[in-house]
Design a protein around this ligand. Structure first.
Ligand SMILES: NC(=O)c1ccc[n+]([C@@H]2O[C@H](COP(=O)([O-])OP(=O)(O)OC[C@H]3O[C@@H](n4cnc5c(N)ncnc54)[C@H](O)[C@@H]3O)[C@@H](O)[C@H]2O)c1
Length: 310
């Protein structure tokens, strides 16, 4: 039975990965301090003999050291989110950069077979060219969040060079799906669906023309599984995104049409600082490695809406 440490397992993406791992009978230890994650996301799995939970911050090296026993894989999903980072950039540095460093050090010291890391498109910064960004494109983050997540990517490559720690970095882009937070710190798709269902007003930062490349969470879970099982992904960085660009206003219109509920009040307000307006990213490298995306935006939205009525 393979043992996996899953950081951030009570969060949106982590809890979706967790369900999958438990189904496959991996022995999973979740490390989460519940700052944005919810215990309710993992409560249903409490009884499983394959599930363990440590309420702990990834900044607490001493505590983490006790958890690292016979670990095969680390799936590092914990992070301080962009919305938190904007308000508290020092915490962001501590969690996203030093937290990743702690886990890398322990993974290397304890001979972990592979470190799979959740990174982000925010490491790129604004794309000012007409070309799509591939994995070799220059990284120029424009937010605290992008800088700290980029530091984690750089540490990973250093641990690989110095200590041969095997890794895969998956850079996620605009993930949506069940369990995503719909509070103001949450994801835009969940916020739109929640507000439409509850008849609450909708606010768009900017004019709605910003492009996003939404990726359904199940495809992100599958990409993590692919990284565990496929040697081709060793020591590689991938853009992990469904790849189709959609304007935010068009996403809202599609959700309204699917729900048959239209906003009772739609407000446009100032752009958010550090918000990237246009994403133009190539997802071909992961596809060339043999991965396929299963969920187009229509299907992902239908599934996400269904989860609100469960
Ligand atoms: N959701 C997206 O669209 C998206 C896009 C790009 C990258 N990512 C990355 O994916 C990963 C998961 O994001 P998510 O959307 O599920 O966010 P989330 O906030 O739902 O999950 C993050 C989890 O990490 C936990 N956490 C935060 N600080 C911690 C700490 N110091 N110690 C231990 N646990 C801590 C939180 O409690 C939460 O459960 C993150 O690394 C994020 O940077 C997400």
């Amino acid at each position: 039975m393979k043992k996996i440490i899953l950081t951030g397992g009570a969060g949106f993406i982590g809890s979706n990965i967790l369900k999958h791992l438990i189904k496959l009978k991996y022995h999973v230890v979740v490390i989460d301090d519940l700052t944005s994650g919810k215990y309710s996301n993992i409560e249903g799995l409490k009884k499983s003999k394959y599930f363990g939970f440590e309420k702990c911050s990834i900044t607490n090296y001493k505590y983490l050291n006790n958890v690292f026993k016979n670990v095969d894989f680390v799936l590092h999903q914990a992070a301080s989110k962009k919305t938190v980072c904007d308000k508290d950039p020092r915490k962001d540095l501590k969690v996203n950069a030093e937290g990743a460093f702690n886990l890398l050090k322990l993974s290397s010291d304890h001979n972990v077979k592979k470190f799979i890391h959740a990174s982000t498109g925010s490491v790129f910064g604004e794309n000012k060219t007409n070309k799509s960004q591939n994995e070799n494109s220059i990284k120029k983050p424009v937010s605290y969040y992008g800088v700290s997540k980029n530091a984690a990517e750089n540490y990973i490559e250093v641990f690989n060079k110095l200590f041969n720690l095997n890794y895969t970095v998956l850079r996620y882009f605009h993930v949506y799906g069940p369990n995503q937070d719909y509070s103001p710190n949450g994801g835009v798709i969940s916020i739109f669906i929640n507000n439409l269902i509850k008849g609450k007003p909708i606010t768009i930062y900017g004019d709605g023309s910003q492009q996003r490349i939404f990726t359904y969470v199940e495809d992100v879970v599958r990409a993590n599984m692919f990284s565990i099982n496929n040697k081709k992904t060793n020591n590689q960085i991938y853009n992990c995104t469904y790849g189709k660009r959609i304007k935010l206003i068009d996403a809202l219109n599609l959700i309204s049409k699917t729900l048959k509920i239209y906003p009772n009040k739609l407000t446009y307000t100032n752009w958010k600082q550090g918000d990237i307006k246009n994403f133009n990213v190539s997802n071909q490298k992961l596809i060339r490695a043999g991965f396929n995306y299963k969920y187009n935006f229509d299907l992902g939205i239908k599934n996400t809406i269904k989860s609100f009525y469960k």
